[in-house]
Write a protein that binds this ligand. Structure first.
Ligand code: SF4
Length: 248
């Protein structure tokens, strides 16, 4: 079946984005702009749909990512895959990257100068993909958009940043270290399709009063994530599949 003019235009845009991302990945592969280049085995530019509507930004490559040159391939990546599947997505439909593209030694935190040096690549990827929604995973990517905030205070709360909506979330690895966070992360992910749907309709999604987790409500004493996590999520496979068809 031949493509109509609109399909051809879309295919052309996607091909252009793919070419742009490949060029950025080549620049990253040769980059020596910060000290992380000295300990890396492979650079990890990120991967996924060049025309993704949702882009996930983590922190930096770990051991397995550094070996394979791919983001989120260890235990945290397996959990991320499960979270995506829970809302009817997989990593071919989204784009997944990090704030630094080379592994910090011994998985230490990326340093401000390293994040700064690597920021140009993330900016270029964002400009190329032009996602509608950015999901920050962990505090380093969150601080790029919300300096001085803490993930525990604002996770799951979408905010407009220019043309994009940014939704801060815990890093999936956090749930591996603190089991009670698993349900919190699952609940935050379950809201994502709804946020995206609102964005595609031209609205800025906000967390309704009914959706505001108790620990974010005014005058409420701080509670632990385990206390605030909903018992279940409403992202049934059937609902998620129907949302995926509409949104992607
Ligand atoms: S972390 Fe980023 S800035 Fe540093 S060497 Fe790797 S690609 Fe270059």
């Amino acid at each position: 079946m031949s493509m109509d003019a609109s399909q051809e235009a879309t295919a052309g845009v996607i091909a252009e984005k793919k070419t742009g991302l490949a060029a950025i990945a080549r620049q990253i592969a040769g980059c020596t702009d910060c000290g992380l280049c000295r300990g890396r085995n492979r650079t990890v530019p990120g991967e996924g749909n060049p025309d993704a509507r949702i882009m996930f930004i983590g922190e930096g490559p770990g051991f397995y990512e550094d070996q394979q040159g791919r983001p989120f391939v260890g235990a945290a990546g397996k959990f991320l895959d499960e979270l995506l599947a829970g809302i009817g997505l997989d990593r071919k439909k989204v784009f997944i990257g990090n704030v630094v593209k080379c592994r910090p030694p011994n998985n230490r935190d990326p340093q401000p100068d390293e994040i700064e040096a690597c920021g140009k690549y993330l900016d270029a990827q964002l400009a190329t993909i032009a996602p509608k929604v950015i999901v920050t995973l962990g505090r380093f990517s969150m601080q790029r958009y919300f300096p001085g905030e803490s993930v525990s205070r604002i996770h799951g709360t979408p905010r407009r940043k220019g043309e994009m909506i940014v939704v801060p979330m815990y890093h999936p690895a956090a749930a591996l270290h603190q089991g009670s966070l698993r349900r919190v992360i699952e609940a935050d992910f379950a809201r994502l399709p709804g946020f995206l749907e609102k964005v595609l309709e031209g609205e800025t999604p906000v967390v309704d009063r009914a959706e505001v987790p108790p620990h974010l409500k005014k005058g409420t004493a701080a509670t632990t994530p385990a206390e605030t996590a909903p018992a279940t999520t409403d992202a049934t496979p059937a609902a998620a599949e129907s949302q995926q068809m509409r949104l992607l």
